[in-house]
Structure formats: C-alpha cells, structure tokens
Design a protein around this ligand. Sequence first.
Ligand SMILES: Cc1cc2nc3c(=O)[nH]c(=O)nc-3n(C[C@H](O)[C@H](O)[C@H](O)COP(=O)(O)OP(=O)(O)OC[C@H]3O[C@@H](n4cnc5c(N)ncnc54)[C@H](O)[C@@H]3O)c2cc1C
Length: 379
Amino acid sequence: MTSNSYDVIVAGVGAMGSAACWHLAQRGLRVLGLERFDLGHGMGSSHGLTRIIRLAYFEGSKYVPIVQRAHELWQKTGEQAGLKLLHVTGSLDLAPAGSGQVESSLQSCLDHGLEHEQLDGQEIARRFPGFSLPSGHIGLWQPGGGFVASEKAIFAHVGLAQSRGAEIRTNEPMLDWSPTADGGVTVRTARGTYSAGRLVITSGGWITDAVPALARTVTTVRQAIGWFTTRKPELYREGVFPVFILTVEEGNFYGFPLYEHPGFKLGGPHFGREPMDPREDDRTPSPRQVELIRACLARYLPDAAGEPLTLKGCLYSVTPDEDFIIDSVPGVPQAVFASCCSGHGFKFASAIGEILADLSDSGRSRFDLAPFSLARFAA
Ligand SMILES: Cc1cc2nc3c(=O)[nH]c(=O)nc-3n(C[C@H](O)[C@H](O)[C@H](O)COP(=O)(O)OP(=O)(O)OC[C@H]3O[C@@H](n4cnc5c(N)ncnc54)[C@H](O)[C@@H]3O)c2cc1C
C-alpha cells in the first residue's frame, strides 16, 4: 500500500464528514479526510456555536429513531473527547393552534413514547417570561431537547478520528473523483491523487459538484443568525430558558439559551429560500433576513431585542421535500453520500457518521433509509 492509498476517503470534514471520519477510523480503517477550508470555518453550514436537537420532530416520525441514536452518540462522543457537546435544556415548539407544527411534533412524541407536555399560552408565559407570544399560540414541551455545541462537535470528532490514525488535510478540496476498474475510487486534489476502496461525500452546500446527479434536486440557500444584547439576561440563561422553534406571521425562527456569548441567539426565517452560490466568498447576512430576525425579537422576545452584537451568514442545501438524501452515487456503490440539509441536519450528524460508515462497510444500515433515497425524486 502506498502512502496515497486509503481504505476510505471522506470529502468534506464538516458536521457529517467529521463524524464519518470518527466512525470509520474507530473500525480500524485507514481514513483520509479532505476539507476545503480550515477546520471549524465559517463558510459552510455548521458555524455559530450551537445547533438545536429536538426529539419531538414535526418534520416526520421517520427521523425519531435516528435522532434518538444521535442523542446517545452526542453524549458518548462528548465523554470520549472530554468535551460537553450535548446540552439538554428542553425544547419548545411554538405555533398557532391548528397550524400543524405543534400537532406534528405531538404526533412524533405519541408515536415514539417521548416524554412531553402540551402548554397553552398562559402556561408558556408563566414558565418562560422571556416570551411575549400572540394569543392563540400553543406549545409542545419536550424535556429531552437541547442543543449541540457545533464547532466543538466537529473538533471532537476529528480529534477522536486522529487518535485512531485518521489523516485530516485541510485547505485541500477534492477537485474530482472517479471510480476505478477494481471497484475503488481515485480522488484528485491540487496536492495529489489518492486512491481508496471507498469514498464518503459529505461536502454540504457544495455537494452537487461531487455528485452531479443531485444537481436537479439540491439547491443551496443563504441563512442569517445573530446575537443580540439582552436587557434581562436572567430570563434567557441556560437552565431557565429552552431551545425553541417559533412560527409567527413573520416566518419560522429558532433560538437558544445564552451560551458562550453575551448575546441572545436567534436565527431564521428557517424556510426562507434565498438561493446562493457557495463559491461566492461573501457570507454577509442578507439585510432582509436580519430585519425579520429583529422584527421577531422586538415583538415576541422583547427583553432580548437589543442591538446586534454579532451577525453571521450561513448556507445550507435544500431538497424539494425538505428531507435528507442518504444514498450511494447512482451506479457507484463504493461512493456514498449524505446531503443532510434543509436546515435541520446538524443534530443527526453523530448518527449520520455512523450510518455512512455502515453504508460504506456493508451497503446496509440498521435504520430505514428508504425515505431518504435519491430514487424518490426519480419520477
Ligand atoms: C444558520 C443555520 C442554522 C441551523 N440550525 C440548525 C439547528 O438548529 N439544528 C440542526 O439540526 N440543524 C441546523 N442547521 C442545519 C445544519 O447545520 C446542517 O444540516 C449541517 O451543518 C450540515 O452539515 P454538513 O456536514 O452537510 O455541512 P458542513 O458542516 O458545511 O460541511 C461540509 C464541508 O464540506 C467542505 N467541502 C465542500 N466541498 C469540498 C470539497 N470539494 N472537498 C473537500 N471539502 C469540501 C466544506 O468546506 C464543509 O466544511 C442549521 C444550518 C444553518 C446554516
């Protein structure tokens, strides 16, 4: 075996790719992780300190077994790495009664026996005085929800993978790849050509470059997040304030308790679709999205609606049905990919890394991945 030869190459060492590197390396495989930028950079989908993890899943019950596994793995991986990755704060879905979001989350709790409570407007105001919600809003409280420390999670996965011999090369994007006659792959970068038995593609917002078969299905959109001066930080501390998803007439927003930043973090509008080309260098948040975030704070979280302290732009890929695609490249079973996108993928990364390692090893997963196949868009 030459030094340019590996069992598996992972293209893209962000949320999903770092987890895949760890799960592959801990199986004793020779792993090369290639990353376009620095580790933990601010150009993709995973920066900004925190990502929500919810077990009550309005996006569909099919996600719950995977997010339950992810929850376990975040806890375990944090312990292995000596870092606190998972913060259990409880999660709240907040929406007008009858609009579907709270009802779908409730259904996923009932389907999977998850602990939960339905809250009316008065109870929400009593427990969480940081909110000032319109009458008619209801809530679903799920005590197992919380957040994952996002950059820390990538660092943890990479550190663990390196401790089992994985090589991680940053600022070295995969330029192209091709299958070989012996059932492996060749990967080319500006620094060299590498061969491997298998390829795992986790290049996030850039995935259509490596998997052109996704080009008609996956698009990349711009998102904004901000941290704002809070007048009453005591209302928004971790321990008294949960993570939440709030649907209001301005859109769908998500927020966090205070964490490693003096400001209150709010992002959204979650389903806003401003297309962007990831090759652009500019990550300035869209003024329209920042305006909507500030309007949401002013109306519904007035004690957290101070001046912006930090504003960031971010991107993620989206599919037409907002569901993930986890599959092999058509006609190339030795190349698997995950496009875990549409703005709700991070929480799953620990489990998706394991799923990709399983698919790469055996072509199978213990989870039902049929809802996430590329073939569903074939018609
Ligand atoms: C503002 C915002 C808020 C979000 N909030 C939540 C949330 O609260 N909860 C949640 O679960 N999800 C959330 N998401 C979604 C979640 O963050 C994403 O689903 C997740 O980060 C995607 O991970 P990824 O590994 O696919 O992408 P990334 O982490 O971006 O990783 C892809 C990596 O591939 C690299 N790359 C690209 N091309 C190449 C190449 N050719 N060669 C080598 N490397 C390459 C990139 O540089 C990047 O590092 C949010 C997303 C955004 C943007």
